[in-house]
Design a protein around this ligand. Sequence first.
Ligand code: FES
Length: 208
Amino acid sequence: MTQRWTATGLSQDLPKAVAMAGHWQGHDLAVWRSASGRLQAWNDRCPHRGMRLSHGFVRGETLACIYHGWVYGADGGCKHIPAHPALTPPATIRVAAFACVEQDGVIWVAPAETVGAPVALRGLQPLRSISLTCDVVAVRLAEPALSGDDVLRGLVQIGGQACEVCLLVQHGASGLTLHALCAVGADRIAASRWLEDLRRRAERKGAA
Ligand code: FES
């Protein structure tokens, strides 16, 4: 298994006290931000009966499972079991944590033991994330100015001007999610329209 940083979302889409689903190379993750802003990426499976923790509720610096309300602290350990309020949960009840960093407005995840840093994206600003029902080959066919595999970059025409864009590829079961960045100062509305048009063109290529 390749140990590498993968973009799983944009910082702007995960406010404080919110949990969302993320992915790392086929692993489902619960990515959540505590009330104070601390970011976590955990295995998306409650140790109790396997409910998705990404459906849970952030309470202060903890994440509570939506099913039976087991509460997990910042270290991934279970801190409270509502059905047994007097019980101190055993330390063995713990959620597996991934490494998780924010850089250039992007949320990156990797296995906990991964060393090094994600790719630097200087001069670019986060735009938006978009899902496509095709593969990376179809995206490159639709926009030949883009090159790369997990990180697509290139100079494209947006609103009649050349603009640098970067699309961070997240693979899913039924297609891709692209986390898009564009050059600082670019017209964000025009860039967003370009991205939607790219999706249409890429999905047509993928279906051909
Ligand atoms: S499945 Fe999560 S608390 Fe029961």
